[in-house]
Design a protein around this ligand. Sequence first.
Ligand code: GDP
Length: 388
Amino acid sequence: MFPTGVFEEMFTAPEQSGYVGFANLPNQVHRKSVKKGFEFTLMVVGESGLGKSTLVNSLFLTDLYPERHIHSAAEKISQTVKIDASTVEIEERGVKLRLTVVDTPGFGDSLNSQDCFKPIIQYIDSQFERYLEDESGLNRRHIVDNRVHCCFYFINPSGHGLRPLDISFMKAVHHKVNIVPVIAKSDTLTLQECQQLKRKVMTQIAENGINLYSLPDCDEDEDEDYREQCRLLKEAVPFAVIGANTVIEVKGKKVRGRMYPWGVVEVENPDHCDFIKLRTMLITHMQDLQEVTQEVHYENYRAEKLGGGGTAPKKSRKPRNEETFNETDKRRPEGQQADISEREKQLQEKEQELRRMQEMITKMQAEMNQRNTPQKTQQNGEVKSQNV
Ligand code: GDP
C-alpha cells in the first residue's frame, strides 16, 4: 500500500500556471528508446591486412572476431568475397546498443577484383529487400532493422591515392549506403604525406562524382563548441586512423597504442591520428546515418523496386547549403524533375493500394470477429441455461 499523499503528489498539477507538462516528452522518448535499445549496422570494406578488424575492436572496445581465420596467399587468389556479420550487444550506463559489424574478407584479394564487390551489393540490397517485405507485412511494429547504416571504406596508405578498384566500388555503392572513407594505418605516413594523401583522395572523389556521407549542417542556434566540433569533423575527412588492441603504459598512463623502437603511437591521441574524430562522428551521428539510410538510400531502393525494377532517378539528401564531405551532393538537373514526380506519383499510387489492402484485411478480420462473437454469446447462453 502506498502511504496517503503519494498518489496526490504523483498526480497533482504542476506548481507553475500555464505548465502542461509536455516539456517531459523528450524524457519519454528517451526512456522508450533506452528500453528498446539501439540497432546499428556498420560495414567495413577494404583489402585484407589494412587493419579493419583491429580498428573495429578498438572503436567498440570489444573482440568481435574471437575465432578469426587468416587466409594464406594461395587461398586468397581464388577466394571470393565473403560476408561476415557479427552482432554484439554493448551496454553502457544502461543504454543498449545492438551493433552488427559486417566484414567483407577477401575484398580486393582475388585476381578477379572487379567482381569482388558484387556480393557486397547483394548483401546491402538483400537487407533492403527484407525490410521492404517486413514493412509491407502485417507485423510492421516489430521490424528488426538490419540495413547497412554506414560503410567505412579503408584506403591503402601506400597507394598514392585511390586505386581504380576503390573508385569503382564507391561508385557502385554510393547511392546505397553512407560511405565514410578512412586512411588505414596512418602511422605509416608522415604528417605531410598524410595531408597530401587526404587532399588527393578528396580531389579524386570529387572528380569521379562520388557521394560520401555528408555531415548535416549545424543550426544557427547551435552552441559555438558544437559548431566547431562539426567543422573539425568535416575537415578531417578522409579520417586517418590507427588501430591497436594492446594497452601500453606511457608516462604512468595506460593507453591503447602501437609501440615502435622510437616511441609509442597512441590511438586516442588527436595529435597522432583521427581515431577520436572518427568515433565522435560515428557516435554523434548514428541517428543521422540511420535517417539518411531510411530517407535516401532505402527510398531509392523502394522507388526502384515498386517502379518495376527500372532505374529510377536517384534521390539525394535534401541539399545542405554549406560544405559537405564533398561537393558532389548537389541538386538534380532540372530535366530529371518531371521524371521524379512521375515516379513519386506511381509510388503514392502503390502506397494507396497497399493501404486499401490493409484496410480490407482489417475489415475482414473485424467481420470475422463479429461473426464469432454472437456464437460465443450463444455458447455462453447455452452453458448458462444448462446451469440453471
Ligand atoms: P584486416 O584484415 O583488415 O581485418 O586487418 P587486421 O586488423 O587483421 O590487421 C592486420 C595487421 O595490421 C595486424 O598485424 C595488425 O596488428 C596490423 N595493424 C592493424 N592496424 C594497424 C595500424 O593502424 N597501423 C599499423 N602499423 N598496423 C596495424
